[in-house]
Design a protein around this ligand. Structure first.
Ligand SMILES: Cc1ncc(COP(=O)(O)O)c(C=O)c1O
Length: 411
């Protein structure tokens, strides 16, 4: 099995660590590893000070928005082509999302559309680094953020490259970084989120906020710890049918905690994920941080392979090859005309390619009216959502070649 979505980030060592933790419940909720994880993460962000951890990126964003005490109906500018985890905390704080269209090079915010949509009610702008790419118009967006006195949240939930860190001098002062350690992200502790900033006013507002949240229950943590060993077992035996059966069994008995809850699927913020970060997950993230550099190098190598590959013009709309070559992308995006066919053919060979995002606010089951999106208001994002396929990047070169072959075989 090769999969862009399912456990893209797990190694045997991760599964083994998580398995051992299942037998050490005294380490699950509290422990010294959380502070250690913060220190380890800070090494990646040399000139930042505050790091707060949460059970999810959603909880981190909710905490930021809550701490701002904005008046009801204040606007939060976001890009279309995002995930509901970004939008639901906006509604939870009685704020209003304003959707801005994207550009097709880095799938991030288009400053021309942004300029049209900023009003005096806008207070916050969330700048998404899609697939871990630095937004191509980042500096133009920074200028608009400054001009309109907005708080900038740089959403690096998908990951980030060294270029971002080495470009800190371009950071604006009223800003912070939002991270996610969800299972499908560049660093995974199954669930997890973080806020990072060096702005003193924000530090004053945000420090100790994480301590106000309750920890998840022991049973919830137990289910989280099952994820890494079970998903690895499923993946490694999927082609032998054992994994397929195990996957069905796990779903029947609801053994694993899903990435998105039923309440969220119905378009409502779910307090069940608005919790503090438990120590067990910090132990997992420390291990991921230790081999992050190595994984990023592999992601860059596989992205470069896709970039250099001559996809047949008949199948491809665009792959923006020069721009994203050699970047450690979380997923490698390509735009195609016959997406469903390609995905279906690949799935027959147990190759499951991704489609982030197949709706301007994913997942597809979400009612867009409920999240305040007006059809036709971001036409580029709508078009991209119909055509995008994500190829996996944290795989071997041999597997990348198999993915590309399956792509070629589809007619
Ligand atoms: C772009 C983006 N930002 C933020 C988040 C929130 O992360 P989490 O799943 O940890 O709540 C997600 C989740 O998928 C995301 O895709």
């Amino acid at each position: 099995m090769i999969s862009t979505d399912f456990a893209p980030n797990e190694s045997l060592a991760d599964a083994w660590l998580s398995f051992k933790l299942l037998f050490q419940p005294w380490r699950w909720q509290k422990g010294k590893e959380i502070e250690q994880a913060k220190k380890n993460l800070l090494k990646q962000f040399p000139n930042q000070f505050l790091i707060s951890f949460f059970l999810t990126g959603r909880a981190a964003l909710n905490t930021i928005l809550k701490s701002l005490n904005l008046s009801e109906g204040s606007e939060v500018i976001v890009q279309a082509f995002t995930c509901e985890a970004v939008i639901l905390p906006i509604f939870a704080n009685q704020l209003k999302p304003v959707y801005v269209d994207i550009e097709k090079q880095t799938y991030s915010m288009n400053p021309i559309d942004l300029e049209k949509k900023i009003t005096s009610k806008a207070k916050v702008l969330i700048l998404q680094h899609s697939f871990g790419m630095m937004p191509i118009h980042r500096d133009r967006i920074f200028s608009l953020v400054k001009k309109h006195h907005l708080l900038l949240i740089e959403d690096i939930a998908h990951g980030y490259s060294k270029k971002l860190i080495s470009n800190f001098k371009f950071q604006i002062s009223n800003s912070l970084f939002l991270m996610s350690f969800g299972r499908s992200k560049a660093l995974s502790s199954v669930f997890g989120g973080a806020i990072i900033t060096n702005n003193q006013a924000l530090i004053n507002k945000l420090s100790n906020q994480e301590a106000l949240l309750p920890l998840p229950s022991m049973f919830f943590i137990f289910r989280l710890l099952l994820y890494k060993p079970i998903s690895l077992l499923i993946k490694s035996t999927y082609d032998l049918y054992i994994g397929k059966m195990l996957h069905k069994f796990v779903n029947w008995f609801n053994l694993l905690v899903p990435e998105i809850t039923l309440k969220e699927k119905a378009g409502e913020y779910d307090q069940i994920l608005n919790k503090a970060y438990p120590n067990a997950l910090a132990i997992l993230i420390n291990q991921q941080l230790a081999r992050f550099e190595q994984v990023q190098q592999n992601r860059a190598r596989i992205s470069a392979f896709y970039s250099n590959f001559q996809f047949p013009v008949s199948k491809l709309v665009s792959s923006h090859q020069q721009l994203i070559s050699n970047l450690p992308l979380l997923r490698y995006p390509v735009l195609v005309n016959n997406r469903d066919l390609i995905l279906k053919k690949a799935a027959k060979n147990n190759i499951f390619l991704g489609k982030w995002y197949d709706q301007v606010v994913a997942p597809k089951s979400l009612n867009l009216e409920k999240v305040g999106y007006k059809q036709g208001s971001c036409t580029v994002a709508e078009e991209v959502c119909k055509k995008i396929i994500n190829l996996p990047t944290n795989i071997s070169l041999r597997e990348a070649k198999i993915c590309v072959l399956s792509f070629l075989r589809s007619r």
